[in-house]
Ligand binder design. Structure first.
Ligand code: COA
Length: 372
């Protein structure tokens, strides 16, 4: 059986950083203006006043300190509260494709590959900029890759689900090497006027080259196994879609952006992920303690600490489960790949690590790697 590896990764970081302090100041000013504009209704008890957000709450509840965004002024403008990104004409590279190309070029360079070596491009992320043509085909064209390309969406789990598709393509011989790219423009689906979630997400793009071991550079990471699972839940949901115009009353309503029951997600997803990873390792005759590093999805610091505690029976060190959400916030499918990109060089040949992503669906994916 063909052995498959991850041979290169790339990370594109958008140009603007937003701190919790900046975000909270904009939110609180928005809330103050809202309450002032609606003072009569609030005093009459027909409207609930908006409560302020706080930096302390955000850091304690999530571990997030800042995030990157594709555009900052619109997010921090209390009269707007979402990014301002002008539309581009059809003959110009789309913003999401531009991010994907930047990350993919880094991954190709890291893997020592040319675009002509790639037979498939998978754009795997939570939100596509448009319905069609596929973002992946635009990226394939911009890079000059051959073969085929397609988009896929399994929300925060998209990267691990994409790695499994890439692995299968190589094992079955339909591709020599595959680019899996996760361009996440989360600021576009985030309601910055909702204090329950205005701090959660950031924008970023990651990319990986997945290929056959015999063509890969030394020091690559062999994919020992992938395991995917899904279980339906409405606790993370976004009803935006191409049928929204069928009912005018719903256009622009709150449910057409990201919504979640954060507490329920926390309680239900942590055991699911710990069982999933433990079970996957078991099929490979590995124990959780055999794993040198856990590159976990980056949504919430306490969530990751709990998952690894369930696996190891003790608290993990920073080296065992690296954290990047303090700098990036939740970047959906890209989070676990940023952790891998930033924290893999020190692993020694033979050492094992696990990439795991989880989120809406629910969905959970794990990829067990061994350094060659
Ligand atoms: N500033 C200050 N207070 C806030 C606030 C803010 N920005 N947002 C919420 N609060 C308040 C709430 O109104 C609530 O007040 P109450 O107790 O008077 O009702 C209190 O703080 C606790 O809110 P809650 O939403 O229960 O906090 P939490 O500890 O569950 O943390 C999350 C919220 C979202 C950080 C956390 O639930 C989480 O990360 N869950 C997992 C999410 C996840 O992984 N999702 C996957 C998405 S891809």
């Amino acid at each position: 059986m063909q052995r498959v590896v991850i041979s290169g990764t790339g990370l594109h970081i958008p140009p603007f950083q937003v701190t919790n302090e900046e975000l909270v100041a904009a939110f609180n000013e928005y809330a103050r203006r809202f309450n002032e504009a609606n003072r009569e209704k609030i005093e009459a008890g027909t409207l609930v006043a908006m409560e302020p957000s706080s930096v302390e709450f955000i850091e304690k509840a999530s571990g997030i300190k800042r995030r990157y965004v594709v555009e900052k002024a619109g997010v921090l403008d209390p009269e707007r509260m979402y990014p301002h990104v002008p539309e581009r004409s059809n003959d110009v590279l789309s913003l999401q494709a531009e991010m994907a190309v930047a990350a993919a070029k880094q991954a190709l360079e890291h893997a020592g590959k040319a675009p002509q070596d790639i037979d498939a491009v998978i754009v795997a992320c939570s939100n596509m900029q448009r319905a069609y043509p596929a973002m992946a085909i635009e990226v394939q064209n911009a890079l000059g890759c051959g073969g085929y390309a397609f988009d896929m969406n399994v929300a925060c789990s998209s990267a691990t689900f994409g790695i499994e598709q890439a692995t299968n393509a190589i094992k079955s011989g339909t591709a020599r090497a595959v680019l899996v790219i996760n361009p996440e423009i989360c600021s576009a689906h985030l309601e910055f006027r909702d204090r329950d979630c205005h701090f959660i997400f950031g924008d970023v793009c990651t990319a990986m080259v997945v290929e056959a071991e015999h063509t890969a550079c030394p020091g690559s990471f062999e994919i020992l196994g992938t395991r995917l699972a899904t279980q339906f839940s409405n606790n993370i949901r976004n009803n935006f879609g191409f049928m929204n115009r069928f009912d005018e009353s719903g256009i622009g309503a709150r449910d057409k952006l990201f919504m979640q029951e954060g507490r329920k997600v926390f309680k239900e997803v942590c055991p699911m992920v710990a069982d999933h990873i433990g079970g996957h390792l078991g099929t490979l005759e590995l124990a959780p303690t055999d794993v040198k590093r856990y590159w976990l999805h980056q949504a919430n610091l306490s969530m990751n600490q709990l998952i690894v505690r369930k696996l190891l029976g003790r608290d993990a060190t920073e080296q065992e489960a690296p954290v990047i959400l303090d700098e990036f916030a939740n970047t959906s499918s890209a989070g676990s790949i940023i952790a891998f990109h930033r924290h893999h060089e020190d692993l020694q040949p033979g050492e094992v690590g696990v990439i795991s992503s989880f989120g809406a669906g629910y969905s959970v994916g794990s990829v067990v790697l061994r350094r060659l």
